[in-house]
Structures are given as structure tokens and as C-alpha cells.
Design a binder for this molecule. Sequence first.
Ligand SMILES: [Ca+2]
Ligand SMILES: [Zn+2]
Length: 287
Amino acid sequence: MNFVSKSFLFFSFILLTLFLVTPVLAFNKPVPPKAPSAPSAPEVPAPPDVDGIYDVPERPGMKVKVFAHPAKPKTPPKPGSSPSPSPSAAVSNLLACGLTDPDSSSVVTKAGWKIPAGNITYLLNTSSVPTSVGKTNLPAIVKAGFDQYNLATGGIVNFVKGPDTTVSRARLDGKNIVTWGRASSGTLGVTYIWYYPSTGLAVEIDTVMNTRYKWTWSNSNSCADSTTYDAQNIMTHELGHWLGLSDEYNAGAFSNNTMYGYGSVNEVKKNTLTTGDISGVAAIYSP
Ligand SMILES: [Ca+2]
Ligand SMILES: [Zn+2]
């Protein structure tokens, strides 16, 4: 056996020994104590985007209410009629004007929380906004919505726009966000309110507008696109949940209220609050 063969055998023996012994060593190796947890709070799993009230893991006493919003049900198409356009179809611009905005005195129900008096900072994910709405329009759309509620609370709550965010999912993360993002196919938008039922105070609120639907912004209270959902129309409704208003599904009493639970294309009447929406907010924030 020459030197090379001897060396080969020797190293093969060493490698084989290491291979056989290493797992045993690894198994017997004492496990180092876990490093103390990072200073940032662990991420709380997201609640489902399904209407309901849920417990919040690791937050005893806290609940999260989820409002999911169906589009207004349509009568089923007659046999042989053409199918409705797919969500991926190009956004058309069929502006219909002369839309009416009837008042309603039906008072919207309290949901069970209010925003503490003072400043509340909201973060906008402008980069998430569909191009058919325009990302530079989001601050104006959200401000127009909050302005409606400022009047109704008498200025007890002050909504302050913070820096933009890139967060596009609802999470208990210390940020109140407004974003477009993924949501179930049955809902136009979803608003999440983390709150303590014992104090009746909201802790954090997120709104996610569903990217599955087609959106535009008419920037008008009397004109709307006939084939898409108006961003301000639905946003103003969602922001009503921030203030503590419920959804109302009784069409006979509430179909003209901002807090009517269904949204439609060709609709901007939710942009402005009815007497009954204002009374609902006033009841929550009256001293
Ligand atoms: Ca959040
Ligand atoms: Zn709602």
C-alpha cells in the first residue's frame, strides 16, 4: 500500500468516525438557555376577515371586532344573459351623475367602543391604492371621511395623519392603518377594532379595502362610476366603525344611511352622514 492509499484510508476512517459520532455528540450537547425575548412585542396573529367578535391571543380581556362588507346582492342573471365582467377586466369610466342623497333619521346602533378623547394617528398605505383611484388621492379621500365624523363628535376626537406605511395587513401592531389589501371575495372592505369591552375604549383600528374589486374615485357627491365601487363612499362607511358605529342591514329603515351594511356601484351617498348617522355618533361621544 503506497502512501496515497494509506492516507486515503486514514481520512476515510476519520470521516466515517465523525459521521457516526457527530449525531450522538449533537444529541448529547446541552441545549443553551433560550435568549431573552426581543424587546418588541411578539406579533399577534391576524383575526379572520369574517364578521364577528374574537378573543385576542395573549391579551386577556381584549376583543377584536371584525366588520366585513358584502356588495349589495344582485338578482341572479336570467338564463342566457351575458355573464358579469370578471374582476380583472379593465376599469371602464361610465360616470353617472344626478345621484340623489336622501336623508335618514334612523339612528345607527352603537357597536361597543369609542376612541379615547384627543389625538388618534392613522397611517396610510398610499402605495397600495389601485391606479384607478390614484395613490395621491388617498389622503384627501380619508380626510373627507374623517371630517364628516369630526362634525358629529364635536371635535372630541382629533384624527391626525401620520407618515405613510407599507403595512397592508390588519395586525395588532401599534399602527392604525388604512390600506388596500387581500380580503375574502365576499367583502368590499374589512375594518378591525381591537378594544376592551370592560372600558369601552378602542385600542387600535385597521381598515383593509379589498383589492379583488374594481375601484374609482369620482370626487363628487352626485356622480359615481356605474361599474366600480367608489373609494370615498365605502371608506366613509368604514371610518364610521372607527368611531364606534355598527352596521345596519334593515333596508327599509337604513338604506340611505352611511352605515347601511351593503355597498353598491353607482353610489356616493355614503360620502355624507345622514341625520341618523350623526345621532348615532353623538350618542357615543356625548359627555
Ligand atoms: Ca394595525
Ligand atoms: Zn360596515
